[in-house]
Ligand binder design. Sequence first.
Ligand SMILES: [Zn+2]
Length: 437
Amino acid sequence: MESRRSTRAKGKATANANTSADLPGVQDDSYVEPAESDELPPPKKRRKPSTKTPKSKLKSETVNSSRSRKGKLRHLPEMPLDILFEVFGHLRPIDLLNLSRTTKALRNILMRRSAITLWKSSLRSVESLPECPPDLTEPQYAHLAFDPHCHFCYALCSQNIYWACRLRVCKACISEHFIESREVEALFPNVADKYNWATTLLPSIRIPSRRSWERRLSPRKQADSVAQTLKELINDSERLNAFVIERANFVVSLNNHAGECERWYAEVGDLRSQELADIRRRRKEAILKRLEGLGWGDDISKMNKQDHETFSRQHSVKQTRDLTDRIWLNIKDGIIEFMQDLKEKRLNRERRERIHLRQKVVKTLLDQYSRTRPYEEIHPGLADVCLMEDFKKVIDLPEDAEVTEASFGECHVLFIFDHLTCRTFVSILTSSIKISV
Ligand SMILES: [Zn+2]
């Protein structure tokens, strides 16, 4: 089979035949799907086996399940191509990519030249996705746009897509596979003075830095390749100028396409965020409905904004999966425990608010009394009055009891103040002064 890369590269090589390093188009090996023999599929997360299941049983189950899956896939390539393509025509680019990594036979089918229509239609089915750029094959473009793994170490790095560099790179790989612009210039200083080629002949990314505002980096492999070509052409000014112009134009086209991709990716991100928010909202509403069915309706209606926010942040609530009977069974106990805790906190909060309101009534009474007394007279504070037994009884009345100034009528406010509290207060004060003297 003729590899995709060779077929695509041939077409592009014609345009770039005037250089020795496959430039200005990006024909960097790292952008190409690995060849059959050296394919390294991205690592997949392995599920932790349950400690309750015996290891031998688990092993046999895994083998059986793996065999049954392999058995199904084994016969797939034997189907007529037109039927296969009909079926594959309904797959998303990432599904085609993953399928091509499952077996050599499927890889042969999906990476052959005749499968290009399949890839094209799959990419076209992705809403608003910019066209596949001429410097990438469709599988390479799908790999860049949809495979969430680092192109170098296969670690998950879903957010770090450097479109202009045609790379997805994790943080750890950046220092190894990228080079700072000022270092790039040092690679070929004679030309650097003339063309400032680090910025015009290479795509670059900007990374925030602690030491300065940001670091400007370019893919190391491309930098080496461009440097090599420049060295080869340094004594042939005509070809050198032609190369520099062509390469600079190519970088402009990379940046333009990268801009389109970034806009598309941001839109997709917004839509996805909205989708996830909708799923979370649906799940929360479903959980609240189940709780209402269990008699928590009154407590739910009394939840304030903060309670709702805390509820939404619960691990079992914020998941992006719709609620099912099975999920509810698994999370029910934890949710009920949370609701009990929430109820206790709410009752405490309501009690504090109730006491505060009733203390305000006492304060009004105290203020009214104070205004009738001589200026120099010592009066008890609000806390002293509220702790008096008769006042405390009224303040601690059940929540449904309405407490007004009249409610304290039985407490003989003035009498208590005049003949008991003030005298006691003053005597305590005087005795404490005596003690301290
Ligand atoms: Zn990496």
